[in-house]
Design a protein around this ligand. Structure first.
Ligand SMILES: [Zn+2]
Length: 444
């Protein structure tokens, strides 16, 4: 995501460590894994409120017996627990009370789950898009359900990850999973969504069903409303669906689609073929707090864009956050620096004088740190992070850097990476001693 921020450099030097370096070298067990989400929802007449049932099957991949799991209800983060996302009538477990500003729900499993075994929970789900211009919100007659569908929290060496949503960038951390989502809605409503999407029942009545199947994605987002759309297939074989709200101009649609088609194929060549077959570009001219937001196979974009526009950056996130995952709260730079660096690669921008020298704070801080740091955080996380990667390319040479990007993506494909994993991948891609580079770029 690219927040609109004012650049303000502050002088702070805090002794934050680089704990993931050590963790990245040990065997990491994360879970629950191999999850299958089955969701059936029906909308009201305006497609703002959806009700139905969600089932999540999963395998205990944590390596130890599992007595409970946690759901993340990120959609409740900003409403003081008035909870626009409600869950009830559980099967397979007993819910506790909502915690972490109503974004976390412990579910004690009916039966303790042994390592390697599969279980499932199911619950009723009701969600209403709040009246705000946000990724989970409303813009006129259009409703947006980003980070609204409940997802499994991750357990790893540090225990359960229940980081808060600080309304700064993203705090999300999920494992790749399969989704099958069926949405019943009025025929006049269009549904851009994660996954390969099709609508049935058209012409037979006033209600139709949109089905979306998504394999190995970290989240599922959709929107609902009277969108207009166009569909093209990129030369590389990706179906690019562009959707827009009524007041978006034709020129903005063409701009996003043209840049999107070029970017998805370029990144496929650089980092490995885009695996999801279809991607949705969802344009709206009303966003105020952000210009773009990434979800698997689905990106929100401001229209018209300024300068290069957010579409290239958000599509780069399909690889960096999406295919190669990370804990976005702990390591926000890991996906944002890579998405920004990928944009530099796409535009042929070498960024020769980008790294500013000794920084007052390291780029590797977590979201909690940046929240206290204030405006100007994105200069470090996005720009200086990408400058570090551009410098790394100069240090090890372009062929080694190309090997690094492809190899790093391949070895963490549908997995999770840490800063330690990145350093290990870089060291494996070159015979050069990288210790001086890490020191000069405060990567420790
Ligand atoms: Zn971003």
């Amino acid at each position: 995501m690219r927040r609109i921020v004012v650049l303000l450099l502050a002088s702070l030097l805090l002794p934050f460590g680089f704990a993931d370096v050590a963790q990245g070298k040990q065997t990491v067990v994360r879970g629950p894994g191999q999850a299958q989400y089955d969701v059936e929802l029906t909308s009201d007449a305006t497609a703002r409120t959806w009700t139905g049932r969600q089932r999540i099957a999963f395998v205990n991949t944590t390596g130890k017996p599992l007595a409970e799991i946690y759901l993340r209800l990120w959609g409740n983060a900003w409403d003081g627990c008035t909870a626009p996302v409600k869950v009830s009538k559980f099967e397979g477990g007993t819910p506790g009370t909502l915690t972490v500003n109503c974004t976390a729900l412990k579910v004690t499993l009916t039966k303790k789950l042994a390592p390697g075994k599969r279980s499932a929970i199911a619950f009723d789900l009701a969600m209403t898009a709040p009246e705000r211009l946000e990724r989970f919100g409303r813009a006129g007659a259009h409703s947006f359900f980003g980070n609204a569908l409940p997802v499994l929290a991750v357990h790893d060496w540090a225990g359960w990850h229940l980081e808060p949503d600080l309304n700064l960038g993203e705090s999300y951390y999920t494992l790749a999973a399969d989704f099958a989502v069926r949405l019943r809605h009025p025929a006049a409503v269009q549904i851009p969504a994660t996954g390969v999407t099709s609508t049935s029942g058209e012409g037979k009545g006033k209600t139709v069903t949109t089905t979306s199947i998504a394999k190995q994605v970290r989240d599922f987002a959709f929107a609902a409303g009277p969108f207009k759309q166009s569909v093209v297939t990129s030369p590389g074989g990706v179906k690019v669906r562009t959707w827009w709200t009524g007041t978006v101009t034709a020129a903005a649609v063409v701009d996003a689609r043209t840049k999107g088609v070029a970017a998805i194929d370029d990144f496929s060549r650089r980092f490995g073929q885009y695996p999801y077959g279809e991607v949705d570009l969802v344009l709206n001219d009303k966003w105020v707090s952000f210009s773009g937001m990434e979800y698997p196979g689905y990106v929100l974009l401001i229209a018209p864009p300024s300068e290069e526009g957010p579409v290239v950056h958000e599509l780069a996130h399909q690889w960096w956050y999406g295919i190669v995952g990370n804990n976005e709260y702990a390591d926000p730079w890991l996906d944002e620096a890579f998405a920004t660096y990928a944009s530099y690669l796409h535009w042929g921008d070498a960024q020769p004088d980008c790294w500013p020298g000794q920084l007052d704070v390291r780029i590797t801080n977590d979201t909690g740190f940046w929240k206290k740091y204030g405006p100007g955080w994105s200069q470090y996380v996005y720009t200086y992070g990408a400058c570090m990667l551009a410098d790394l390319q100069r240090y090890i040479g372009t062929p080694a850097m190309e090997r690094l990007m492809k190899g790093y993506a391949k070895s963490h494909w549908y997995g999770v990476s840490t800063p330690g994993d990145l350093k290990s991948a870089a060291e494996a891609a070159t015979p050069k001693d990288l210790a001086p580079f890490w020191t000069s770029h405060q990567m420790y």
